[in-house]
Ligand binder design. Structure first.
Ligand code: ADP
Ligand code: MG
Length: 159
């Protein structure tokens, strides 16, 4: 499994930015990790890499924030979601299976509704230091597997 180690929040955002430059219409990215792991920092990098201007804030209370870069970006956070029904009410299929890019924090809250073709990312704290993180990539589907390979080629140590 491809893993990238980061040692600062900026590095995490930078990895997200490189992924953001590669994402295509309809891609779904699930960001797994504890509170404070760096999911939102990573998503901010993705937005930047997609050409989104202006601030990208946590959608914890709004559940979905929409942006427009070179493609639409739907940034979701299901931490406060009551149940899967609430997501159905939000019309999630239009987002997941539309032509924008969907980035989801706390995807495990709606595990049964997630598309089979998606990129799972796990951000874990590393014991090495307060700011060290291990970012693991688990792609489902040939296209996303190829994209992760490309990303690994772009992310060099010390970047
Ligand atoms: P989450 O969305 O996972 O709850 P946030 O991205 O909102 O987390 O916050 C992550 C916090 O951890 C920020 O305060 C950030 O500065 C800090 N941090 C420290 N080291 C890192 C790192 N390597 N990557 C990402 N965030 C980090
Ligand atoms: Mg967050």
């Amino acid at each position: 499994m491809p893993v990238i180690k980061t040692t600062t929040p900026k590095e995490t955002a930078c990895v997200g930015k490189k992924l953001g430059a590669l994402l295509r219409p309809g891609d779904v990215v699930c960001l797994n990790g504890d509170l404070g792991a760096g999911k939102t920092r990573f998503a901010q990098g993705v937005a930047c890499g997609m050409g989104v201007d202006g601030p990208v804030t946590s959608p914890t209370f709004t559940i979905i924030n929409e942006y427009l870069g070179r493609l639409p970006l739907y940034h979701m956070d299901f931490y406060r979601l009551e149940d899967a029904l609430e997501l159905e009410d939000l019309g999630y299929e239009e987002y997941f299976y539309g032509s924008g890019v969907t980035v989801i924090e706390w995807p495990e809250r709606v595990a049964e509704l997630l598309p089979a073709v998606r990129l799972d990312i796990f951000i874990d704290r590393s014991p090495e230091s307060e700011e060290a993180r291990n970012i693991s990539f688990v792609p489902y589907g040939d296209d996303l597997t190829g994209m992760v390979e490309e990303l690994m080629g772009l992310v060099c140590v010390g970047d």
